[in-house]
Design a protein around this ligand. Structure first.
Ligand code: 13P
Length: 254
């Protein structure tokens, strides 16, 4: 099964709507017309409307960074799947470690969001990964397996090809420390094994598993050459078109 690489930029809480225009125009002009690698930008909510108009002029897809599990109603400050769809958002990052760490999200609460996303034809980018303490205690695979099992419980098998999983070791996020190519492959292969147990061989082979954590142009080629690394979820290096496009180019060459 050949899976198309997905390179997704998680801008986190960076870029005003005005700054978004400049960055997306640059990305459009560098890698926006190629179709061999899927490229997605995930700016903050306040930039989505502007971003939506700009990505319409290229092959670049749009993602959001979070979403409410509820369809509508009295949930002050929240954004629904329907609101995202209305802005032509394709992907939604869910359960990022920063949301787990600072906003109390759990496998169980993220599972509700994942199911709501897929019901609304949004493609979830479901984030998982161990902390440094967990890795040092030899618990990496146990932690990641339960994140996959619990966060993807009841995921509809007929929508499995819309699922993206992002393995982001927490100790590698924003630290400059990257998992080695072999470390990433070991965990990605294990994630796919759990997906096989949950959904069967052929379904699991369609799921893209992204690596995230200090990915940059210099280390992208090695990580992307691993058989179960199907792309990247990029933080810091997604904030300049030069670095982000460099990673897309590494994927194009891979
Ligand atoms: P960095 O690329 O800045 O390490 O962030 C990774 C990340 O958290 C993407 O979601």
């Amino acid at each position: 099964m050949s899976r198309k690489y997905l390179i997704a930029g998680n801008w986190k809480m960076n870029k005003t709507a005005t700054e978004t225009v400049d960055l997306i125009k640059e990305i459009n002009s560098t890698v926006g017309s190629q179709t061999n690698v899927q490229v997605c930008v995930c700016p903050p909510f306040t930039s989505l409307a502007k971003a939506s108009e700009l990505v319409d002029q290229s092959e670049v897809l749009l993602g959001a960074q979070n979403m409410c599990a509820q369809p509508s109603g009295a949930y002050t400050g929240e954004i629904s799947a329907e609101m995202l769809r209305d802005l032509y958002v394709s992907f939604v990052i869910l359960g990022h470690s920063e949301r787990r760490q600072f906003y109390g999200e759990t496998n169980e609460s993220v599972n509700k969001k994942v199911l709501a996303a897929v019901e609304n034809n949004l493609k979830p980018i479901y984030c998982i990964g161990e902390t440094l303490e967990e890795r040092e205690a030899g618990q990496t695979l146990d932690i990641v397996r339960s994140q996959v099992r619990e966060g993807l419980e009841n995921f509809p098998a007929n929508a499995i090809d819309s699922l993206v999983v992002a393995y982001e070791p927490v100790w590698a996020i924003g630290t400059g420390k990257t998992a080695t190519d072999e470390m990433a492959q070991e965990v990605h292969a294990d994630i796919r094994k759990v997906l096989v147990e949950m959904f069967g061989d052929s379904a699991a082979s369609t799921v893209r598993i992204l690596y995230g954590g200090s990915m940059k142009p210099e280390n992208a080629a090695g990580l992307l050459s691993q058989p179960d690394v199907d792309g990247g979820l990029i933080g810091g290096a997604s904030l300049t078109s030069r670095a982000f496009s460099g990673i897309v180019e590494a994927a194009l060459a891979g």
